[in-house]
Design a binder for this molecule. Structure first.
Ligand SMILES: [Zn+2]
Length: 240
């Protein structure tokens, strides 16, 4: 079977933020996001959650597909991205920090990164009811390469169990906080029953990719249309 390249897009926050914002690159303005989704649609691509993308990643299905992921669970993703995804009949995975639901990105405080509200429990139900999916992103957004093995186990396994109990859905996809992982984190993710894990390694995935070290394509504030297209359609991001 042909070795199709599958872009998995990585977004964080979908909101227009003032110029003075620290790490403004993490925030994609809604109009830009809308244009990107429209472009995918026009090009004949379907945007999929990680759960729906799995058969494509494993080479069991082929087609023009793109994975869509949002890290951390910002409220603005429900408000600004979900209606656009719904309009194009796309789905997406939002990775949640199980103990930060309804709070903000406090793990960024020491870097003075702007605080944005994270979805509450009710808002996550709303996200799910729109046909979107959720994945795990640990309990506390910890750097998994910097804590004890027991803590890694708790952060990965317990967050999955907590989310499943709370939202009554199977949590099958994981994302390493800060994109940081090692063999221990990778093995524990596998053993916890997850079926995939995404990183911040840049590149497009394909059927040869390790399902627990999936590369992604960062889309940020500065990703203008021509760059967005290059990232999806060309080798621009591969093996950078
Ligand atoms: Zn994160």
């Amino acid at each position: 079977m042909a070795n199709f390249k599958i872009p998995i897009l990585m977004y964080h926050s979908i909101e227009s933020m003032p110029k003075s914002t620290v790490m403004r690159s993490l925030h994609v303005p809604p109009r830009r996001f809308r244009f990107q989704m429209w472009m995918l649609k026009v090009l004949g691509y379907k945007g999929l959650s990680m759960k729906e993308l799995k058969p494509y990643l494993e080479g069991d299905k082929d087609g023009k597909v793109v994975g869509i992921t949002f890290d951390d669970g910002y409220q603005n993703v429900l408000l600004n991205a979900a209606p656009i995804l719904k309009k194009y009949n796309f789905s997406a995975t939002c990775y949640l920090v199980s103990e930060s639901i309804g709070t903000s990105n406090t793990w960024d405080l020491n870097k003075k990164i702007t605080q944005r509200p994270l979805m509450t429990e009710n808002e996550i139900y709303e996200w799910l009811s729109l046909g979107m999916d959720i994945g795990g992103h640990t309990q506390t957004h910890v750097d998994l390469t910097n804590v004890s093995e027991q803590r890694v186990q708790n952060e990965i396994y317990d967050s999955k169990a907590d989310l499943e109990e709370k939202f009554k859905v199977t949590i099958s996809d994981f994302c390493y906080p800060f994109g940081r992982f090692n063999d221990i984190a990778c093995n524990i993710t596998k053993k916890s029953g997850y079926l995939s894990a995404t990183t911040m390694i840049r590149g497009r995935a394909d059927s040869q990719s390790n399902m627990f070290q999936l590369p992604r394509i960062p889309i940020n504030h500065h990703t203008l249309p021509h760059l967005f297209l290059a990232k999806i359609l060309t080798k621009y991001e591969d093996k950078r």
